[in-house]
Design a binder for this molecule. Structure first.
Ligand code: IMP
Ligand code: MG
Length: 182
């Protein structure tokens, strides 16, 4: 449904994480990845669509040789509530058995998406598998899941921007903001 510009802007409640704060943390994440792999090549795997902005920044923050790959996983939503099923709608083109893999994710909410994706990728025997997430909402967890690296832990509020959407809008905001529900 078409929104008026006023309606669109009114839903951006307040900026939660600024562009500068994200930049700083992404730089740190690049150093952590460089430190762990110590010159060995890696494959960064991002889960579309939400992680596409984060992926673009993370891949430019690492110095080890790196390939990138994309998967599309959809968790189904009723409004802003996850309803359970996770479906892989586009898979990686790489055979990951020869790779050190780092999953680059936008946010961990119920934990269902990453739990499924990690199980799927582990079964393909990568050399190693780690998970980097921009955001984590631990209070929302339905299945147990902890990332290896979390850049920001946030409270239970629906967020938009920096790749994250509400009904496909707001992905292009350069910061992370609270969405005004209702
Ligand atoms: P999970 O499977 O519930 O952990 O959530 C997986 C996906 O739901 C994330 O990768 C996001 O795409 C989406 N999601 C969860 N919380 C939010 C939010 O606050 N804003 C936008 N998307 C979200
Ligand atoms: Mg996502």
């Amino acid at each position: 449904m078409e929104k008026s510009i006023q309606e669109y802007q009114d839903k951006i409640n307040r900026v939660l994480i600024t562009e500068e704060e994200i930049k700083e943390k992404v730089k740190e994440a690049g150093k952590l990845i460089d430190g762990l792999y110590d010159g060995r090549p890696i494959l960064l795997v991002s889960i579309l669509k939400g992680a596409f902005v984060f992926m673009a920044d993370v891949c430019r923050a690492v110095s080890v040789p790196c390939e990138i790959g994309f998967m599309c996983a959809k968790s189904y939503y009723a409004g802003t509530e996850s309803v359970g099923a996770v479906k892989i709608t586009m898979d990686l083109e790489q055979d990951i058995s020869g790779y050190h893999v780092v999953i680059v994710e936008d946010i961990i909410d119920t934990g269902r998406t990453l739990k499924d994706v990690v199980n799927l990728l582990k079964a393909r025997n990568p050399l190693s598998l780690h998970v980097l997430t921009l955001l984590d909402k631990p209070s929302r967890r339905v299945v147990e899941f902890t990332a290896d690296w979390t850049l920001f832990t946030i409270p239970d509020h629906f967020v938009i921007g920096y790749g994250l959407d509400c009904a496909e809008y707001y992905r292009n905001l350069p910061y992370v903001a609270e969405y005004a529900e209702g």
